[in-house]
Design a binder for this molecule. Structure first.
Ligand code: SAM
Ligand code: SF4
Length: 352
């Protein structure tokens, strides 16, 4: 959906980042430099590993406004966050979301923010790619688990493969480097990982493989879906030559260079290799709930302190108290003895 009528520029577009306050450092000495913000829990797809078909979404009044999202991100920047990823749900289905991107773009221009990026399913990208680039986005992640249109429909339930491909084309045409996120699903797309690498690297796109995480209740069990990436890597090595790289994007992926295709392949392995020791991330939901760890239930409400006062004092106090509780790591396990999800909320709530 495109928003044709521009709304007037709000005051927050001009507001600079507030003066620096002490950086956010957790009890294990990890500085929080990366914030992921889910701007909506809604989505125009229903991926089988992410949501059930019949989801109950939050009433819109519960959501932070775009102004509040901007204020919150700006407060985090003043505490040392340098990298911001906008996610969801599907971020590009939130009404007027480009206003937020444009507003946050001022921090790229000022140098307060080193990266503004997003994770998207690509469905709305054809409409927004150019504007995203103009706002200051310099790369983005598009989720694509298969190149087969029928299988794409089966995995995403409501997605349209051609529309997503048009989105990727538009992003590339706008000069935005795209990284493909592919969730490895046992018996579903295992045979397509090699073709995906060849296709993506042929187009100059990086690929990151992701292990399915036990987040939220869904119809198939996680044990049915879970495909360990150490197994995938071993299989790929029969065909491709990998060279370890020190390349990092600030996220949890480990990257290799693939000699045969000349591209980069990342592995996100929360289950088979825990990467918590270097975690620099926190996540905020669209209702202003801060999760200090994707895989734990503990959270802090940032909406109440924001709404209680026009100054950010209460907000910063809430941030200090929350970061002081950031846990050492998650406890994800997927096997037949652990049928229940590690955390009850879906990935679309916390933001991937
Ligand atoms: N709608 C956008 C998209 O699909 O890219 C952004 C939100 S989505 C929750 C972010 C990422 O999380 C996607 O790459 C998706 O494949 C991944 N994801 C969703 N549920 C997951 C799960 N249970 N385990 C692992 N990855 C998951
Ligand atoms: Fe929507 Fe993204 Fe979840 Fe798929 S993974 S249902 S596109 S939020």
């Amino acid at each position: 959906m495109t928003i044709a009528t521009p709304i007037p520029q709000a005051d927050y577009l001009a507001a600079p980042a507030p003066p620096a306050t002490p950086p956010l450092v957790d009890p294990f000495g990890r500085a929080i430099s990366y914030l992921r913000v889910s701007v909506t829990d809604r989505c125009d797809m229903r991926c089988v590993y992410c949501m059930s078909e019949d989801m109950n979404f939050l009433p819109k009044r519960e959501l932070l406004t775009l102004e509040e999202l901007d204020r919150l991100c700006t407060a985090f920047l003043s505490r040392g966050v340098r990298k911001l990823r906008i996610t969801g749900g599907e971020p590009l289905v939130r009404r007027n979301i480009m206003h937020l991107f444009r507003a946050l773009g001022r921090h790229i221009k000022s140098g307060a923010l080193s990266e503004l990026t997003l994770t998207t399913n690509g469905s709305q990208l054809a409409h927004h790619a150019k504007e995203l680039a103009e706002a200051g986005v310099r790369r983005l992640n598009v989720s694509l688990d298969t190149l087969d249109p029928a299988k794409y429909k089966a995995i995403t339930r409501w997605g349209d493969h051609a529309q997503t491909m048009a989105g990727i084309d538009a992003a590339q045409a706008a000069g935005l480097p795209v990284k493909i996120n592919m969730v490895a699903l046992k018996g579903v797309n295992e045979a397509e990982i090699a073709p995906m690498l060849e296709w993506a690297h042929g187009r100059g796109l990086d690929v990151t493989l992701i292990e399915v995480m036990p987040l939220g209740k869904i119809e198939p069990t996680r044990a049915d879906q879970f495909l360990p990436l150490n197994l995938v890597e071993a299989r790929l090595k029969e065909r491709f030559t990998f060279r370890e790289t020190g390349y990092r994007t600030g996220g949890p992926a480990r990257y290799v260079h693939v000699a045969e295709t000349g591209g980069r392949l990342g592995f996100i392995t929360p289950l088979t290799h825990n990467f918590c020791e270097s975690c620099n991330r926190v996540r905020v939901t669209c209702t202003g709930t801060l999760y200090m760890c994707l895989g734990q239930e503990d959270a802090a409400d940032l909406r109440a302190p924001m709404r209680a006062s026009q100054s950010d004092e209460l907000l910063h106090e809430a941030l200090d108290a929350a970061i002081a509780r950031k846990p050492k790591g998650h406890d994800f396990i997927i096997d037949r003895d652990h049928a229940k999800p590690a955390v009850a909320r879906h990935m679309s709530v916390t933001g991937g």
